[in-house]
Design a protein around this ligand. Structure first.
Ligand SMILES: NC(=O)C1=CN([C@@H]2O[C@H](COP(=O)(O)OP(=O)(O)OC[C@H]3O[C@@H](n4cnc5c(N)ncnc54)[C@H](OP(=O)(O)O)[C@@H]3O)[C@@H](O)[C@H]2O)[C@@H](O)CC1
Ligand SMILES: Nc1ncnc2c1ncn2[C@@H]1O[C@H](COP(=O)(O)OP(=O)(O)O)[C@@H](O)[C@H]1O
Length: 273
């Protein structure tokens, strides 16, 4: 599910990703997600968030456009606190993304707004976030139950919530309503580092924005394949960045273009026999 630009493409036909992540409380998450999206490959990123993360994002990535506008997908919630700590500003940014009517990647602080969502969505919780998300449904699971059978927990969440679920952990479990689940285990344990999940959100957001037609044709089947691709890119970039040693989240993002290039080359090689 990787799409290299064709000669007829321009930035808009490649897809635009809206990013509503980061807050005054966690500004760094915005930088990590945007960096990962740009490095995965997308026509343009529009960032919509509070002043501190906006300044940091522009400082690192001047190619990013700020404010709302037409996009093919939104990434929302990484680095945004839960309902009690959220500011009015945070709620405005989350709301704009969730109500836009385009495919969504929903992470962290936006997970508690899931009941308002009507567009095709992938949620990207870790185990504790999945526990909290399921608490709000008629199919709750304890943290212990999720840890014991994470694949079953992801499947139950997909059915209960009507979304594609990417459940993060040493193995990433992807489940969709009424479809075949996928597991991805290509990473390294060094990926267990702060901001690593924020990078994954950016990768997945970029993939959704660049596959809008596929998502509208094939729905959750396409979302699940895109989620698996994102988990694979994240894992392989982690391995490449690590080389057996520690990594910081930005290192994962930095390794992405090389991983994408290698996979595209492999695919071209296979296509030409
Ligand atoms: N650079 C950035 O901007 C980054 C931003 N980030 C953003 O932060 C937001 C929150 O994400 P999160 O996953 O940390 O939240 P959450 O699931 O509530 O976990 C809290 C749980 O952890 C536990 N706990 C805490 N400290 C612990 C300790 N020392 N040792 C052991 N346990 C400890 C704590 O336990 P308690 O203290 O309650 O006993 C509680 O159960 C989210 O929006 C994310 O995107 C991150 O991605 C990081 C980089
Ligand atoms: N033990 C592990 N081995 C391999 N990958 C891991 C391990 N623990 C976490 N990960 C990966 O690291 C990322 C952590 O994401 P997350 O918990 O959201 O962190 P953060 O909120 O700090 O960004 C996920 O992609 C997850 O799959």
């Amino acid at each position: 599910m990787l799409r290299a630009p064709a000669r007829g493409d321009d930035k808009y036909s490649r897809g635009v990703l809206g990013v509503a992540t980061g807050s005054e409380a966690f500004p760094g998450a915005a930088v990590l997600g945007v960096e990962a999206a740009v490095r995965t490959g997308v026509g343009m990123v529009r960032y919509y968030g509070p002043p501190t993360p906006t300044g940091l994002v522009l400082h690192r990535r001047p190619e990013v456009v700020t404010g709302t506008g037409r996009v093919q997908a939104w990434l929302v919630g990484s680095g945004i606190p839960g309902a009690i700590e959220r500011t009015m500003d945070d709620n405005t940014h989350i709301g704009a993304a969730l109500m836009a009517g385009v495919p969504l990647v929903i992470d962290a602080g936006a997970l508690d707004r899931l009941q308002t969502v009507t567009s095709p969505a992938v949620i990207t919780p870790h185990y504790r976030e999945l526990e909290r998300t399921l608490e709000r449904t008629s199919a709750p699971l304890s943290l212990e139950e999720i840890q014991t059978d994470a694949a079953a927990a992801a499947a139950r969440a997909a059915e209960a919530l009507g979304v594609t679920v990417l459940l993060k952990g040493a193995t990433t479990h992807i489940a969709l309503p009424g479809g075949e689940p996928i597991s991805v285990s290509l990473g390294t344990t060094w990926l267990a580092t702060a901001g690593s999940g924020d990078v994954l959100g950016g990768i997945l957001g970029a993939l959704l924005a660049s596959h809008a037609a596929d998502i509208s044709e094939r729905g959750h089947a396409a979302l699940a394949e895109l989620a698996a691709t994102a988990a694979a890119l994240h894992g392989l970039a982690g391995v490449k960045a690590s080389g057996g040693g520690p990594i910081a989240a930005l290192d994962i993002a930095r390794a992405l273009p090389g991983v994408v290039a290698a996979l595209l080359q492999m695919r071209e090689g296979e296509a030409s026999g």
